[in-house]
Design a protein around this ligand. Structure first.
Ligand code: FAD
Length: 372
């Protein structure tokens, strides 16, 4: 019998598996297509400061805790897996196109400062000195020097290798139901009928977390899919030095460069259920706004377009910890920030699985907040 079976092998399930193996637990991950859903589509920004949103201060602190863990997390992961993750800690530049956009950045700077996060304001000229491809019309910006990015495809490939190297089992099959025994979760039944028994079960199935059968009513978290379309471009010569997030007459766009020349342009945010159709309008809006900020974008190779489903909770924050069903733990609802939050999620879930105690940093994200 395993110590832990994890339902879902996206970045959250895999980070939880890797960290739990590091605590000496025996772990199985079940997923028909590991690392192929939101974690494959995501841009990989690690930007808790640049993405700060009013009313989400607890989430900011979780994001900062995770961002600060990233350098050591990737160093250890790259060593164990022998794979590069494309991690970059070279800052994020936020820029504004018109005076209204600049006013919004000014408000964000004041909010950041009120929370004790020093922000560096830049003129349009200073922004262009940092990123010469920016349009002359860019009015100004804000620099978050410690925000960064990672390539989620490389990250999840490294996590999969690390899980297998540390003796974890990855079963490429869907979980049909959670099995219960004496009122507690005792394992899972796979679609093909096989059973994986375990002392504890972790549900990390992203926006599908509500679909798993065998769990009493009211236990599964209220997580829904939030569609996002992203375009991948390719540049033969260096195009951007760091992640750029832009406000273009009130609409948001970001560009994330990778060392291999890929540039990810994202992302739409649409309430469309489980639809993952790529639309002409979605691609047009992204490229229109990207071109306003960086006119040279139209010269780049168009490499890929995809849509993914963010697992959104009612308060945009993850759902972490013990559920109302003993033995069933939840790690879902990471919405816009699952890549950023992977290190802290892996650590807190491993701690909870190994010791039964929830680290302080994750306590505000307990599933109980939705039943109270
Ligand atoms: P997923 O990656 O969706 O994984 C869930 C897994 O569960 C899947 O592999 C699925 O096959 C499996 N599964 C489902 N049902 C079952 C079942 N019954 N049995 C077994 N397995 C099952 N985050 C950032 O931090 N930075 C970003 O820049 C960023 N950009 C994004 C851009 C877009 C367009 C999108 C869509 C998301 C972005 N995100 C970003 C968010 C991030 O991708 C998610 O928060 C994160 O991937 C969630 O990880 P997950 O493992 O919970 O979900």
């Amino acid at each position: 019998m395993d110590d832990v079976v994890i339902i879902g092998g996206g970045v959250i399930g895999l980070a939880t598996a890797w960290r739990s193996l590091g605590r000496g637990l025996r772990v199985t991950v079940a997923d028909p297509e590991p690392a192929a859903k939101a974690s494959y589509v995501a841009a990989g920004m690690l930007t808790p400061v640049s993405e700060l949103t009013y009313g989400e201060e607890a989430l900011l602190h979780l994001g900062l805790a995770s961002r600060d863990r990233y350098p050591a997390f990737v160093a250890e992961l790259e060593e164990v897996s022998g794979r590069d993750t494309g991690f970059r800690g070279d800052g994020t530049l936020q820029v504004a196109l018109d005076s209204d956009d600049l006013a919004v950045l000014g408000e964000l700077r004041r909010y950041q400062e009120s929370l004790g996060i020093p922000a560096e304001t830049l003129t349009g000229r200073e922004c262009r000195r940092m990123e010469p491809m920016l349009a002359p019309s860019v009015r100004g910006g804000l620099l978050a020097p410690a925000d960064g990015s990672i390539d989620p495809r490389r990250l999840t490939a490294a996590l999969l290798t690390a899980v297998e190297r540390l003796g974890g089992t990855v079963v490429r099959e869907r979980v049909a139901e959670v099995l219960t025994e004496d009122g507690r979760a005792a394992g899972v039944r796979l679609d093909g009928g096989d059973v994986v028994r375990a002392h504890q079960v972790v549900l990390a199935a992203g926006p599908w977390s509500q679909d798993v059968k065998g769990v009493p009513d009211g236990v599964l978290p209220p997580v829904r899919p939030v569609k996002g379309q992203v375009v991948r471009l390719r540049s033969a010569t260096p195009f951007l030095g760091r992640c750029v997030r832009g406000l273009v007459r009130g609409s948001s766009v970001y560009l994330v460069p990778r060392a291999d020349g890929e540039i990810v342009v994202g992302a739409t945010q649409e309430e469309m259920g489980f639809d993952t159709t790529v639309t002409a309008g979605g691609v047009w809006e992204l490229l229109r706004d990207a071109r306003e900020l960086l006119p040279g974008v139209t010269e780049l190779e168009f490499a890929e377009v995809r849509a993914g489903l963010r697992p959104g909770s009612p308060d945009n924050a993850p759902v972490l910890g013990a559920s109302a069903l003993p033995g069933l733990l939840l790690a879902t609802g990471h919405f816009r920030g699952g890549v950023l939050l992977a290190p802290v999620t892996g650590d807190v879930m491993a701690e909870l699985l190994a010791t039964g105690s929830m680290p302080e940093v994750a306590r505000p994200f307990s599933p109980a907040r939705f039943s109270e």
